[in-house]
Design a protein around this ligand. Structure first.
Ligand code: HEC
Length: 106
């Protein structure tokens, strides 16, 4: 009879932490598309998709001469029949929308 030393080490570490199937957040939406969508849903009803519609006395944005600060102010505070958006939109969104509507001018 021989005595065997049973000092066998099994350096097997179960690697259960890997999750190779998981991809980074699907965040491929372009900001410009988001702003265009925001414009269409929030502003397009009155101003039209391209800023040419003057529904209910809404000014044609394509013919507006306001500077960016004035446009931002008007979006935030509203004017006449135009509602205020400061409670619905972040300052970043208002700024981006101001750039967007200025971009509608020809
Ligand atoms: C309920 C209809 C309505 C909606 C929605 C609306 N507007 Fe207006 N908008 C108006 C009216 C009416 C005026 C004219 C106000 C006045 O001068 O009496 C106006 C004026 C403006 C002007 C000033 C144009 C100028 O040269 O005087 C800008 C800029 C403008 N809107 C941007 C926006 C943006 C951006 C949005 C979306 C966040 C928006 N509007 C949503 C009705 C609307």
């Amino acid at each position: 009879m021989r005595k065997w030393m049973c000092g066998i080490l099994l350096p097997v570490l179960a690697a259960c932490g890997g999750d190779p199937a998981k991809q980074p957040e699907n965040n491929t939406q372009k900001p410009e598309n988001t702003i265009a969508l925001l414009y269409e849903t929030k502003c397009g009803i009155c101003h039209g998709k391209d800023g040419n519609m003057g529904a209910g006395g809404a000014r044609k944005l394509s013919e507006s001469t306001l500077d960016k600060a004035a446009v931002q102010l008007q979006i935030a505070k509203g004017k006449g029949a135009m509602p205020a958006f400061e409670n619905q939109l972040s300052p970043e969104e208002i700024s981006a929308l101001a750039d967007y509507v200025i971009g509608l001018r020809k």
